[in-house]
Design a protein around this ligand. Structure first.
Ligand code: CDV
Length: 298
């Protein structure tokens, strides 16, 4: 998905999403993955009060009047979708959220982002902010797997894709496809990271984790330059072999499509990554007992 600028209305964004859903349908798609925070610009780059952010960029209901046309199109076309958005929950808590919508246009799964990157404090010296830790609470729904229309879907969001724990927890629930949306700025505000590494580390995370868990991974970026802030593209679909089987070419709205053989992952899950046969959890205790390297054991 190309950029969404501050001046773009939700209605205009949803029209773009519906157009992509229709194109995907015309190419045989049954499930479509849209990006993280797809309805708005990537607002955590801007410093503001939480109340202002919530009033401008969060959804208190899903679907709501602005987004309803996307749900209607899903039902009309018989195509499901994954959509990332900023959620203001019923209890008033803010989350970076993704929903799974089935081919009848019904919400059949929800994920709230767990690995929130960035910082809480204002960094006036930085070229832009990354305030996910200020605007969002840590997700409270875990990494669940949802069976929808005979496919087992896992969901995560952006920075989650860099953590092997994300995929393994879902693979242990027999996920077949992990869907994720992301917004990755081309510049790293924390260190002088070469720009090409932003794409390299994105791809290596997806490819390694697809292979090591025998799963398909479908990753959709919001990309291009949002009001002068450039984000990497490279939305991809990765097979359980670890191979990239489709990749975007542009930094605009663009649909990539794959006919995914879900049984492909079985070869890996029955042999090299037969978890029941080969995993040794008694030697993995530190993964849950210790948070940071060198921390005291609890
Ligand atoms: N939106 C994100 O979670 N972005 C993170 C980084 C760049 C802060 C990412 O892992 O892409």
């Amino acid at each position: 998905m190309g950029p969404v600028h501050l001046s773009d209305s939700r209605g205009a964004v949803v029209r773009r999403l519906v157009a992509m859903l229709r194109e995907a349908k015309s190419r045989g798609a049954e499930m479509v993955v849209f990006p993280e925070l797809a309805l708005t610009t990537f607002f955590p780059r801007y410093w503001m009060e939480e109340a202002e952010a919530q009033a401008r960029f969060f959804e208190a209901q899903m679907p709501n009047t602005d987004v309803q046309p996307l749900f209607d199109a899903a039902r009309e076309l018989g195509v499901g979708f994954y959509l990332g958005y900023a959620e203001l929950a019923e209890d008033g808590r803010p989350y970076n959220t993704a929903v799974l919508v089935n081919r009848k246009g019904e919400i059949s799964g929800k994920y709230r982002k767990i690995h929130l990157p960035g910082h809480m404090e204002h960094k006036p010296e930085a070229p832009f902010q990354h305030l996910e830790k200020k605007y969002f609470d840590v997700g409270n729904l875990g990494f669940r797997v949802f069976e929808s229309e005979a496919v087992k879907y896992g969901m995560c969001l952006c920075n989650d894709r860099r953590w092997p724990e994300t995929y393994r927890v879902m693979a242990l629930q027999s996920a077949e496809v992990v869907m994720l949306g992301y917004n990755t700025p081309s510049l790293n505000i924390h260190w002088n990271e070469p720009v090409h590494l932003r794409t390299t580390t994105h791809l290596v995370s997806l490819q390694a984790n697809a292979y090591q868990n025998g799963i398909w991974v479908a990753a959709a970026a919001k990309c291009g330059s949002e009001d002068g802030h450039h984000m990497i593209g490279s939305s991809v679909i990765v097979a359980p072999t670890g191979e990239i089987v489709a990749r975007t070419l542009t930094q605009e709205d663009e649909v990539i499509c794959v006919s995914a053989d879900l049984s492909l992952g079985e070869h890996f899950r029955q042999h090299v990554f037969n978890f029941a046969k080969h995993r040794r959890p008694e030697h993995y205790r530190l993964i849950v007992d210790r948070v940071g390297a060198g921390d005291p054991l609890p």
